[in-house]
Design a protein around this ligand. Structure first.
Ligand SMILES: *Cc1c(COP(=O)(O)O)cnc(C)c1O
Length: 329
């Protein structure tokens, strides 16, 4: 039996993803091999990696002038990799300190450059995000670093900083893909996969093209964003199985309703066979759920889940949808 796993990471994965991976374990799509056994340069795996990247780009609406890199080392390695990749022309970087993960980023960056802590929430035990008006930015900083979700203290940015021409770098390890973000505000977004994306071993790095040319000469090839971008993240052997599972997670996310800009309040959906609409509504009514009919302009169904809707209502609807699908699917 599966349990409810509240781990902060490595964390729960979608059960359908695990089942699919299990079914494909010994023979991926007739290849006669597990994904683990494939060459990372073979056409099967390249197809898997390309699809994972395309799906991630669609889910997050990543603009064309950003590269998506599938690297290794986790967010902690990236804490060192970031200054190495961005300090060619500058020697100072600004950091906002909102808690334990910010502190780790700062500590690591200090090995490579002068760090200006532009704002800190330490005065109130890291229980808030210092408003941007209070940030004391340095002149000529190479970048401004934030941790947009502090996994240990439980503090999350509900807004996106506006840093003008200075690239904004964000550790999004523990909330990436949980909501829509406007990627164009960021220079670099990074995170370990093991929270919201997939298994440990994979690091996502989303980097704007113009920042690919700022690396220090000492930057190791495996951690050099430009070299990795030019090699489709294959300067070294990538974490192939973790990329495959992340790809399944992206597909699963799309199945959950797809678009990242989806409303948290109004959830329109359609039955595959619209001739069953009336039957669906009738069954819902019998279970005490009404007003699920979609707006007449678009048809289909719509569940509006404003603040006062008890979670039990949503559960009942989801359960009913599952039942209905089994009966008619
Ligand atoms: C989990 C976490 C990390 C650590 O990442 P590793 O993959 O272990 O290197 C870093 N930053 C944040 C915000 C995290 O939640």
């Amino acid at each position: 039996m599966r349990i409810f796993n509240f781990s902060a990471g490595p964390a729960v994965l979608p059960e359908p993803v695990l089942r699919k991976a299990a079914a494909e374990m010994l023979d991926w799509h007739g290849s006669g091999m597990s994904v683990m056994e494939m060459s990372h340069r073979g056409k099967e795996f390249i197809g898997i990696a390309d699809k994972a990247q395309a799906d991630l780009r669609a889910l997050l609406a990543i603009p064309n002038n950003y590269k998506v890199l599938f690297l290794q080392g986790g967010a902690i390695a990236e804490n060192a990799i970031i200054p190495m990749n961005l300090l060619k022309a500058k020697s100072v970087a600004d950091y906002v300190n909102t808690g334990e993960w910010s502190k780790k980023s700062i500590k690591e960056a200090r090995k490579y450059c002068a760090v200006n802590v532009a704002a800190s929430a330490e005065d109130k035990h890291f229980t808030y995000v210092p408003p941007q008006e209070s940030w004391k930015l340095s002149k000529g900083a190479a970048y401004i670093h934030v941790c947009t979700n502090e996994t240990i203290g439980g503090v999350e940015y509900q807004w996106t900083p506006d840093t003008g021409d200075v690239p904004l770098i964000a550790d999004m390890s523990s909330h990436i893909l949980s909501r829509a973000i406007d990627i164009s505000h960021f220079g670099v977004i990074y995170g370990g996969a093991q929270k919201n994306v997939g298994p440990a071993g994979l690091t996502l790095v989303i980097v704007r093209d113009d920042l690919l040319d700022q690396a220090l000469p000492i930057t190791p090839s495996a951690f050099h964003w430009k070299e990795q971008a030019e090699a489709d993240s294959m300067v070294n052997t990538p974490a192939t199985y973790a990329i495959y599972i992340a790809g399944l997670v992206f597909e699963w996310l799309e199945d959950q309703g797809g678009k990242e800009d989806r409303s948290r309040m109004n959830v329109p959906f359609r039955l595959r066979d619209e001739s069953l609409d009336e039957a669906f509504l009738k069954g819902a009514k019998e279970r005490g759920m009404v007003q699920l009919k979609g707006h007449r302009a678009v048809g289909g169904m719509r569940a509006s889940i404003y603040n006062a809707m008890p979670v039990e209502g949503v559960r009942t609807l989801v359960e009913y949808m599952g039942e209905f699908e089994k009966r008619h699917g």
